[in-house]
Design a protein around this ligand. Structure first.
Ligand SMILES: *Cc1c(COP(=O)(O)O)cnc(C)c1O
Length: 410
């Protein structure tokens, strides 16, 4: 089986929440308490999520991609605006910027495999509106450095938390640092409902706009639906009650999932102690990362490839649409001035093109990095080998010893 840790721990809890909804016969997220058996699972998920993250507002969406679009729309990011985003991220972080008619400006990642804060300022122009850091592979970005740059240059920060549900940085949850943040519940993430997502923010206006974008321009929770001016044109990215039910059960399991992963990762990692020809990617917050993956760093891409031949895997550089080099939809294309704009096109003053190997530091770091699964088992992420959340201590020991032997013999 492939998937994230949440997908491995489905049980009575998900079944109960789901059956509440099925038995009620009412699947739409809006209803009236006590009428039609309305179970308000989506609303409960939203409330518990906001509480868990210590955020003023949270709302659920149909996907993480949808959540990112809501963030961009809420901030009014559009034609001609530049958004700085790392070249190592799932393609949705980049494609949503393009679909907002804005211009992705690709940034290098450092040896944490998250955006390199020392390489951000050189990318800022008068058109830059936002930085979109991605907490990649469950590892929080260096948010202190990123927020400092954003403040200095008056830029918005949109946190892509899709791979880092439950991670924290310096004791505060990811998603609580920037202006607004997106989460995902797809099958490969920390917790899952098959698909789904969420947006969180502490800003009242951004909440109203983001919520409206995900639900046809309606005010949050459709309160006062028939009155007042709506501030935004919206789409439909709503979550339904079935998804809400599973999301709620999974959210309540998040702490347990994370503590299990952290314990099992530490056990696996201990087998690789003292090896001189391998290191681990930098963790910007070791206690706060999700521990969904163990990412090995070899000295060169050549050594990483030799290692991968032995485990039947691939370095991160080859993990499909997670690395800009593999995003053929993007390569050779131009955004900005030459791009199509569906209606009411304003004058663009800026444009960008994208080509292979435009980010040498990212190429080097993704080329020498290999993901070993701990909780996320995903060949697409380059993590088809390793353990999963249900692995026994015997299995962990076996995998750990096997890895040690392979690395020693490289
Ligand atoms: C998964 C993912 C997304 C998109 O989430 P979906 O729920 O699959 O739409 C966005 N950004 C990153 C970094 C992701 O890993």
């Amino acid at each position: 089986m492939a998937g994230g840790p949440g997908a491995y721990v489905f049980g009575q809890e998900e079944r109960k929440e789901l059956m509440d909804v099925i038995d009620s016969g009412y699947l739409f997220r809006y209803g009236t308490e006590g009428v039609d058996g309305f179970q308000h699972k989506v609303a409960s998920f939203e409330q518990e999520l906001a509480q868990k993250l210590g955020m003023k507002h949270a709302f659920a969406t149909s996907s993480g991609t949808g959540a990112l679009l809501c963030c961009l729309a809420a901030l009014g990011i559009g034609a001609g605006d530049e958004v700085i985003v790392p070249g190592y991220t799932f393609i949705a972080s980049i494609s949503t910027i393009i679909l907002a008619n804005a211009i992705p400006v690709l940034a290098e990642v450092d040896d944490s495999l998250t955006i390199d804060p020392t390489k951000i300022e050189q990318l800022i122009t008068p058109h830059t509106k936002a930085i979109l850091p991605v907490h990649m592979l469950g590892n929080p970005c260096d948010m202190d450095a990123i927020m400092k740059i954003a403040k200095k240059h008056n830029l918005y920060v949109i946190e892509d938390c899709c791979q880092a549900f439950g991670a924290s940085y310096k004791g505060k949850p990811v998603g609580s640092y920037g202006d607004i943040a997106a989460f995902s519940l797809n099958v490969f993430k920390t917790i899952t409902a098959g698909d789904g997502g969420a947006v969180v923010t502490n800003d009242d206006l951004l909440y109203e706009r983001a919520f409206g974008f995900h639900d046809q321009g309606h005010k949050p929770s459709r309160m006062g639906v028939e009155i007042g001016n709506r501030s935004i044109i919206g789409m439909n990215m709503r979550m339904n009650e079935l998804t809400g039910a599973v999301s709620l059960a999974q959210l309540r399991k998040l702490d347990g999932i994370l503590s299990t992963l952290r314990e099992k990762k530490a056990k696996l990692k201990a087998h690789l102690a003292g090896l001189s020809n391998v290191s681990f990617r930098k963790l910007n917050d070791e206690a706060g990362e999700c521990a969904t993956l163990l990412t090995l760093l070899f000295d060169t891409p050549e050594v990483a490839e030799r290692f991968c031949e032995k485990i039947g895997g691939k370095p991160i550089a080859y993990s499909g649409w997670h690395v800009y080099n593999n995003m053929e939809q993007l390569l050779g294309k131009v955004t900005g001035a030459a791009a199509n704009c569906p209606f009411d096109c304003p004058k663009y003053e800026s444009s960008r093109t994208y080509y292979k190997h435009m980010l040498p530091q990212t190429d080097f770091n993704t080329g020498r990095a290999v993901n070993i699964s701990v909780g996320v088992v995903d060949k697409g992420l380059g993590a088809g080998f390793g353990i999963n959340i249900n692995s026994s201590y015997e299995e962990i020991e076996q995998v750990g010893k096997q890895l040690r032997e392979i690395i020693l013999a490289l």
